[in-house]
Design a protein around this ligand. Structure first.
Ligand SMILES: *[C@@H]1O[C@H](CO)[C@@H](O)[C@H](O)[C@H]1NC(C)=O
Ligand SMILES: *[C@@H]1O[C@H](CO)[C@@H](O)[C@H](O)[C@H]1NC(C)=O
Ligand SMILES: *[C@@H]1O[C@H](CO)[C@@H](O)[C@H](O)[C@H]1NC(C)=O
Ligand SMILES: *[C@@H]1O[C@H](CO)[C@@H](O)[C@H](O)[C@H]1NC(C)=O
Ligand SMILES: *[C@@H]1O[C@H](CO)[C@@H](O)[C@H](O)[C@H]1NC(C)=O
Ligand SMILES: *[C@@H]1O[C@H](CO)[C@@H](O)[C@H](O)[C@H]1NC(C)=O
Ligand SMILES: *[C@@H]1O[C@H](CO)[C@@H](O)[C@H](O)[C@H]1NC(C)=O
Length: 750
């Protein structure tokens, strides 16, 4: 059967547990997630699945599960039974199941009453740049920000290494009483206060799985959110200092959905959202994504986070690591979750190579090996450092010059040939990778100069020193790899939302893996330095937990708004292509976010209105929301399908290239500062932008006399659209008084 681009390989399906389906089917079966609305055999709707205490029948199958089986049996022929096919029922926070189905069965199921969507369980990736796929090796985040809160953060990731000092539970009391989570095959007795829950999911099952982190990614992100302060942390002496998370007093709940070599299954992600919401988390941190966004109702994270919003749970996600030329667009773009871009911090890691002729080049790496002196330089055929191309022993003891792999995903591994060192041409010169051998990454220009030397002599040699730490005064600058907008699903919603540190971040690691994951790297590192929007996301998750700890009653949209409108503007540092489409509202500023002054709130109904404008009809919406109270007929919105009308804290519009345009953004702010407050509007517009753009705010003064009072206004943006695709007009609208600056970027793109 032809693979239609689904990421779940057929071979993996064959390896699924309880594979009692005959071989005849095995070839055609794929792994699907099925989402149901409230009409399924009149069982509890998605909205009201408050209690996990569903009645169990005698054979241990709950009513909801029975309904799932019943539904599925209707599309199966007599030789199959639903119990062989259903891998997991979602029944705690949302309603649905994961099952192995043929395309035909999936199609039939999708047209049945009560079925919202049936989609192939796509495989997602943890979004670090840690892997040879992206270029070389790992990196890590750097923690700031104090304050504790009795807040529970759910981490959907690769698990956790609980023995890290970052996860010590010294000084913690018992978990909050509302906590309904579990510690599945995990030592929660010893670590039950800081890490209060841990579950694992793989291909629809949890049987025999451990939530222990054997990759490192999950420990890294978890410690960035809520790691305890740990002194004298470094990577073999580099980046020494105190490591701590945003909210060291917060509780962590771990949902392991990503597996070494296996990615993260959509159906497992949905199962983890289902549990996390019902367990009682306040914030979900999701450093997972694909290289392109999917339509919301085929996207496990969009569906899961929609249900999270309904329970007041905010979801923070990664924007994606596809920003390099040839990569994709921002992922995780639903307006009910945060999409976080990565940016630099004020520290860089540089490394130096001195050629035999004395020429010296400064590149980037995390290289703590002893200095490698006067080793021979060698350029393999085509510059390929794929292990298959380095066989034969001729690179042993040499410094190998590596070009990036022709295709993303091909390995670059000079260590496999016992090379002594490596010089790697990088597509991401702003990132320092941990290498499993002495080496560094260099730019194209530097690489060419080194090649010219190699070509010029019969005995090319070079010396590679250890990495040094330097300042980075231009920071924060958006990371080269961070996936840019525009939002391909809802063009009127700016994504990414904001930016956070995601380059060379140090945080906790696992002792079950080396810092590079390279099979020949036998080092162990309790703290590791890695990069990715995966590292940016938990900074924002931690900040969301911090804000939540002060404002328990704020909606997810209010928390998102607080983080977005208080972000610090960023500059493009000479790269004029980098605009708000690359970094959103700017750099996360957690301390300011605690007291934003005004917020742009939105409810489930507002998101539904936006989906209506995008063309979802009443039937589909009722199924999705589990309520027939919302109907598109009740929704009267002017600006059509772009999403510009949603009460979002940023303003974006796609306009027709080169044409005159006028776009109106109706907005409502809620006063969350002092009862009595007056705000004036100002428009920030560069002289350059003012030639093509006019921005008007009406009214331009807002007066409040009570807390939680609302006020509405309209931003009208008009002008001549950018002449070329990819060009952007940027401005900002700021509501300000002596205490607050509430800033919304305005972006018009062609
Ligand atoms: C616990 O995890 C280990 C390691 O993966 C596994 O071998 C074992 O079967 C699991 N135990 C249970 C009860 O799930
Ligand atoms: C800090 O760590 C270094 C290297 O790991 C060690 O030599 C040193 O004694 C430690 N200092 C303190 C104060 O623990
Ligand atoms: C390395 O080579 C350079 C130039 O050939 C030479 O000057 C230097 O002494 C050598 N260093 C060592 C330690 O052999
Ligand atoms: C060096 O030689 C290689 C072939 O060995 C060639 O592909 C490359 O273009 C040369 N580079 C420079 C800078 O001379
Ligand atoms: C909504 O769309 C679905 C699928 O296109 C269709 O079956 C259904 O009849 C529509 N409902 C309404 C109320 O238009
Ligand atoms: C919603 O469903 C309930 C129960 O089926 C029904 O009584 C009610 O009239 C429906 N409301 C709308 C607006 O269709
Ligand atoms: C577009 O707007 C400019 C002024 O901004 C005006 O001179 C021009 O005539 C307009 N073009 C059209 C086609 O309306």
């Amino acid at each position: 059967m032809a693979n239609k681009g689904f990421a779940v390989p057929v071979a993996a399906v064959g390896a699924l547990p309880s594979a009692t389906v005959g071989k005849v089917f095995a070839v055609c079966l794929r792994f699907f997630a099925v989402c149901l609305g409230h009409t399924v055999n009149s069982f509890t709707s998605c909205t009201h699945l408050a209690s996990p205490d569903l009645s169990e029948s005698e054979d241990g199958v709950s009513d909801v599960e029975f309904a799932h089986h019943d539904l599925l049996n209707q599309v199966l022929d007599d030789s199959s039974s639903a119990s062989d096919r259903i891998l997991r029922s979602y029944k705690r926070s949302l309603n649905g199941f994961a099952a192995r189905l043929t395309e035909q069965e999936a199609h039939e199921l999708s047209s049945m009453d009560g079925v919202v969507s049936v989609f192939p369980s796509r495989t997602y990736e943890p979004l670090t740049t840690r892997s040879w796929d992206f270029l070389g090796f790992p990196q890590t985040p750097k923690e700031e920000l104090p304050l504790e809160g009795d807040v529970i953060v759910g981490m959907l990731d690769t698990g956790i290494w609980p023995d890290s000092p970052s996860f010590s539970d010294d000084g913690f009391g018992p978990p909050p009483s509302r906590w309904k989570g579990a510690c599945q095959n995990f030592t929660c007795n010893k670590y039950g206060h800081g890490v209060i829950g841990a579950r694992a999911y793989r291909r629809g099952s949890s049987d025999g799985l451990s939530p222990l982190d054997d990759v490192g990614h999950g420990s890294h992100t978890a410690s960035t959110v809520a790691g305890r302060p740990v002194g004298n942390v470094s990577f073999n002496g580099l980046a020494a200092g105190v490591a701590r998370g945003a909210v060291p007093g917060a509780r962590l709940a771990v949902y392991k959905v990503c597996w070494e070599g296996g990615g993260c299954g959509g159906a497992d992600i949905l199962a983890a959202f289902d549990d996390a919401i019902a367990d009682g988390v306040d914030v979900i941190s999701f450093s997972i994504g694909g290289s392109l966004p999917s339509p919301y109702f085929r996207d496990a994270a969009a569906i899961g986070s929609f249900h999270a919003v309904r329970r007041g749970v905010v979801t923070s996600t990664s924007a994606g690591n596809s920003g390099l030329p040839g990569g994709g667009r921002v992922c995780n773009v639903a307006p009910w979750m945060l999409s976080v871009a990565a940016s630099s911090i004020d520290r860089r890691f540089t490394d130096t190579i001195v050629l035999g002729n004395g020429d010296t080049f400064v590149g980037a790496s995390i290289n703590t090996f002893p200095t490698l002196t006067n080793a021979t330089l060698a350029f393999p055929t085509n510059g390929s450092c794929d292990p298959d191309d380095l066989t034969g022993g001729s690179y042993r003891g040499k410094i190998v010059l590596c070009l990036p792999p022709a295709q993303i995903g091909h390995p670059v591994d000079p260590l496999s040939a016992d090379a002594a060192g490596a010089v790697i041409l990088t597509r991401a010169p702003d990132v320092a990778f941990v290498l499993p051998l002495p080496g560094l990454t260099v730019t194209r220009d530097q690489f060419d100069q080194i090649m010219a030397y190699v070509n010029s002599t019969s005995n090319p040699v070079a010396t590679i020193g250890r990495t040094e730490t330097t300042g980075n005064p231009q920071a924060p600058v958006a990371a080269s790899f961070s996936s840019p907008g525009p939002n391909l699903i809802t063009p009127g919603i700016l994504k990414p939302d904001l930016s956070a540190p995601g380059i060379d971040i140090i945080a906790a690691w696992t002792m079950l893996s080396s810092p590079t994951g390279n099979p020949k790297d036998n080092r162990k590192a309790p703290y590791n330095i890695i990069s990715g929007t995966s590292m940016a996301c938990p900074h924002t998750s931690g900040a969301a937990a911090y804000v939540k700890s002060f404002h328990r009653d704020w909606s997810p949209a209010m928390i998102m708004s607080a983080l977005i409108t208080t972000a610090t503007p960023m500059n493009s540092a000479g790269n004029s292509g980098w605009t708000a489409l690359k970094y959103g509202a700017g750099q996360l500023s957690p301390a300011t976010a605690r007291d934003p002054g005004l917020v742009y709130d939105a409810s489930e109904g507002d998101y539904v209105a936006m989906l209506c404008a995008q063309g979802y009809n009443a039937t589909q919406l009722a199924l999705i929301t589990g309520s027939n109270a919302t109907s598109c007929a009740d929704v009267s919105r002017s600006a059509g399908s772009s999403g510009s009308d949603l009460n979002y804290p940023t303003m974006a519009a796609r306009v027709e290239q080169g044409k005159n345009f006028t776009v109106r953004f109706p907005r409502t702010v809620t006063n969350v500062g002092a009862a009595s407050a007056v705000y004036d509007a100002k428009v920030l517009l560069s002289a350059e932008a003012a030639k093509d753009l006019a921005v008007e705010v009406s009214p331009s003064k807002l007066e409040f006399t009570a807390q939680n009072q609302k006020a509405s206004f309209t931003v009208t943006v008009s002008g001549v659209a950018p002449a070329a695709e990819g060009q952007v007009h940027s401005a900002a609208v700021v509501w300000y008084n002596d205490e607050h600056q509430v800033r919304s970027p305005v972006v018009v793109y062609a």
